[in-house]
Design a binder for this molecule. Structure first.
Ligand code: SF4
Length: 330
């Protein structure tokens, strides 16, 4: 932490910030730049939902101050990051921090900006102010049936109202108003794997729809003494997952991600800007990029960049700010 203090108090330029960590790079810079093109930053573990399969559970309520979070973005930018995805927890529980980080990442770091949210706290006022800095807004939608959503842990459990779905429809509308690309994420589990979502998905018309096979990670959702969740009963077999994909094969936006593809192919930074190594079925944090720089922390990340490339981790992620997103919406 002494390094951070020195950087902040001396108001070093971004170039000097980077050089502060260049004493002994464990990897070549081109390799680092290729590996950090797209990074997911969980700004906090706090969430207002309690999804039973969640594998980034609310084990603490820590988050960085805005200055350190921005410094982290600068370090990533100078290492080659082109796209940042803000996630959580629920990132809209900290709307001001989220908004400022979106603005900074877009305007100061030149990054494409994406957010993954559960959709329940997105306000039109936030979109009016910060929507211009966001390229992609992804919402998690695991079911269009209120009873299933309640069983999963999304929403209030009031099955007389399809609250989660009406919120998602509202977010879809806000994205259209602000020219933001709308994305959907679905975790396929034992509670929804037989659901036919085609009608709603066609209405929502996402530009990407990711379907993930429910993943178990030690220390998070494996039912162990240190786990807040036990999602073992929610697991689906590869055959069940493939059947869900088959049922929705007419959806051109659909991107299937079974466990074998997703586990190590995302570069994840936790609330303290530490990469999370999921290669041993758990989440082992690296040292923070604020303490040792991106290159050294990356060497501890357990990240499979071949799988990242194979799963199509590089794609068209910048919206057309001229207002025409039709070419990449379809
Ligand atoms: S909305 Fe996301 S972060 Fe929150 S509990 Fe559900 S899966 Fe976890």
């Amino acid at each position: 932490m002494m390094i951070i203090t020195a950087i902040l108090t001396s108001l070093m330029t971004p170039l000097l910030v980077v050089s502060a960590f260049n004493t002994s790079p464990p990897q070549s810079s081109s390799s680092v730049a290729n590996r950090v093109k797209s990074v997911n930053y969980f700004i906090s573990r706090e969430c207002n939902y309690k999804c039973k399969f969640c594998f980034h559970t609310q084990k603490n309520t820590n988050k960085l101050g805005i200055g350190n979070a921005k410094l982290g973005l600068q370090l990533l930018q100078h290492s080659g990051t082109e796209k940042i995805n803000f996630a959580g927890g629920e990132p809209f529980l900290n709307p001001q921090v989220l908004g400022e980080l979106c603005q900074f990442a877009h305007s100061e770091c030149g990054m494409a900006v994406s957010i993954i949210s559960n959709g329940s706290l997105i306000k039109s006022e936030w979109m009016d102010r910060y929507g211009q800095y966001v390229d992609i807004l992804g919402v998690s939608v695991d079911s269009f049936d209120p009873a299933t959503n309640a069983l999963i842990g999304r929403g209030t459990g009031d099955t007389t109202k399809n609250q989660h779905v009406s919120r998602v429809l509202k977010v879809r509308e806000l994205c259209a108003q602000h020219g933001i690309l709308f994305k959907m994420n679905t975790v396929v589990c034992s509670l929804n794997h037989r659901e036919d979502m085609n009608e709603y998905v066609t209405t929502l018309d996402p530009y990407r729809w990711k379907a993930f096979q429910c993943l178990i990670l030690q220390g998070e959702n494996a039912g162990g003494v240190n786990d807040l969740n036990d999602a073992r009963e929610l697991q689906v077999t590869r055959e069940e997952f493939d059947a869900f994909i088959q049922c929705h094969s007419d959806q051109s936006a659909l991107i299937p991600e079974p466990n074998t593809v997703m586990q190590n192919s995302y570069l994840l930074l936790d609330e303290e800007l530490r990469f999370l190594d999921c290669s041993e079925n758990g989440k082992i944090p690296s040292q923070s990029i604020l303490e040792v720089g991106v290159e050294r922390a990356l060497s501890q990340a357990g990240f499979d960049d071949d799988m990242f490339q194979k799963r199509g981790g590089i794609f068209e992620w910048t919206r057309d700010r001229g207002g025409n997103n039709d070419s990449i919406l379809k």
